[in-house]
Ligand binder design. Sequence first.
Ligand code: NAD
Length: 445
Amino acid sequence: LDVSDAPVPRLTVIGTGYLGATHAICMAVLGYEVLGVDVDPVKVEWLNSGRVPFFEPGLPELLAKALDSGRLRFTTNFAEAGDFGDVHFLCVGTPQQKGSDAADLRYVDSAVTELAGHLRRRTLVVGKSTVPVGTAARLTELVQRLAPAGTDVELAWNPEFLREGYAIDDTLRPDRLVFGTESAWAEERLRAAFAPVIARDTPVVVTDLSTAELVKVAANSFLATKISYINAMAEVCEATGADVTGLAEALSYDDRIGGRFLKPGLGFGGGCLPKDIRAFSHRAEELGVGQAVAFLREVDAINKRRRARTVDLVRELVGGNLAGARITALGAAFKPNSDDIRDAPALDVARTLHQAGAHVTVVDPAATENARRTFPELTYGSDALTAAAGADVVVLLTEWTQFREIDPHAMAAVVSHRRIVDGRHALNPAQWRAAGWEYRALGRP
Ligand code: NAD
């Protein structure tokens, strides 16, 4: 397909959270005219005035650049979006349903419903959200039924693989682009919408809608499985006195296995992996192929056991009873370089310790405000050393660089007892032990 002289499409990005705001900003910086659309007027006002409503390194600077270019603005108005866009990207949330493992598709459905009536010309609607396989086919029917008579609307799927903390780079230089399309026209429009990215020799996989939907959940299932695999080995190590960090290192040199996502520790969390593997299990069961992915239930169970085991290590260090113990929890975000606390292992552990009667003080460089809103019952500190004053146990839960670099001697001077649980294998045990600390970590003697 030759897209060199295809007209440059104008883009809308519907849903401007972590994924959508990043996508909208990056596309504007690449030279496209972009309109971001969200139902949250506060978010829209923030973005229009140059403030990013979440923590993402480099994004505030890039937003300023995009707004200065005059190519980016945000609105809550779907009529404007219908007028403006040639290609509409759906980036709304697909969280786990309450009381079920299934994905909650109400935001995707309402975004499509609100947009459809405002479409006036031949348009491509492109799903980027992570959805159960079969959703795109259903949305195709929905958007075509609701669009004004005679309006030619097609749907495509372009799953998103960005990682929070690296969102800009992952958007501008993705490992690959996946286009699930039903026509050559849709493929041409997508190629035009990603021309500068494709020009950087990014591999493009063009496939059907179902395959495109599945690529995303298959990728996340693989990554979750790799993490739970090494954490399952950590459980075995704990029973035998072996050291999972040595095991993981030795495995990592095998280039058939590789070291990435083979880091033992407290396990995965966040707004994607846990809910995506659960929704995939649920969807596979609906399709009658639940057995094919039954291992994902085990992956989830292994992951949850790491949280419980971390609480046990803290309890063991205080002699079996957490009631009244003073615990300093280093970390709240589900991973470093993020303020995202969705299904955060750190806060799960902190809350369990609190419920067992401990006095827990949580410190996080970016996620404190989000954590305080969701878990007001916990105490929050400003920095690690201040928060550790008088602590009976310090427990490292999110491997921020600031925490990796803590001087064990400086911290020893402020705590009541030199006891540390390293939930992320982020510290040097020899160094901490030399400074008089009792050091415990998952999967290590
Ligand atoms: P988010 O909660 O940060 O953002 C979702 C946004 O959609 C919110 O701003 C919300 O106000 C808005 N919204 C809800 N209903 C709307 C509607 N009807 N019209 C317009 N806007 C609406 O979620 P997120 O993390 O950006 O995730 C979005 C999707 O992308 C999910 O499916 C997620 O699984 C997927 N995804 C996320 C990441 C990530 O790292 N966050 C990576 C890849 C894929």
